[in-house]
Design a protein around this ligand. Structure first.
Ligand code: S3P
Length: 170
């Protein structure tokens, strides 16, 4: 079973994903890192060279290349589920899990993060927060299509694994 972690930038997909994979003793893949490895460019460089649509094409191709894997945890980019047929693809191919975190906490984490995402404005915390809330409105429609939705605040990998197992056996 492939487990796909989805959710907004800064919701903790990669951190949780790594821990979950360790707990399950399966490989972990971070989709952004795979995109960077394949292109030998950083996400920011891809955005500035090929634009967002170029990035989305590469991201989707990398996501689908991972389908040969069987038991793995994949943390997606925040936009992965929101473009093309990616969400349908993931729902048909494995267990999608939406890590849900309130907008203000996301904005605060992103504002302080060293990883500056190309899609976000960093002029001030307020501007960033407004932008996050606006993006969330359109994106959550896709995230909410995940087969499992979990509250991400204080979520530990043991509980996450239990939720996933409960969802699978339902
Ligand atoms: C994006 C999220 C980023 C990365 C890119 C675009 C998005 O990944 O794929 O900057 O559109 O939400 P993270 O969610 O891992 O930050």
């Amino acid at each position: 079973m492939i487990i796909y972690l989805v959710g907004f930038m800064g919701c903790g997909k990669s951190t949780l994903g790594k821990k979950l994979a360790t707990l399950m003793k399966v490989p972990f893949y971070d989709l952004d890192s795979i995109v960077e490895h394949q292109t030998e460019m950083s996400v920011s460089e891809i955005f500035s060279t090929f634009g967002e649509s170029g990035f989305r094409d590469i991201e989707s191709a990398c996501l689908k290349n991972l389908s040969t894997e069987t038991n793995v945890v994949i943390s997606c980019g925040g936009g992965t589920p929101c473009y093309g047929d990616n969400m349908d693809y993931m729902n048909n191919n494995g267990m999608t899990v939406y890590i849900k975190i309130p907008d203000d906490i996301i904005a605060s984490r992103l504002f302080h993060s060293e990883n500056k995402r190309p899609l976000l404005p960093y002029q001030s915390r307020e501007i960033l927060k407004e932008h996050v809330s606006k993006m969330m409105l359109t994106r959550e429609v896709f995230y909410n299509r995940a087969r499992l939705i979990v509250e991400g605040i204080n979520l530990n990998p043991n509980d996450l694994l239990q939720f996933i197992n409960m969802r699978i056996s339902r």
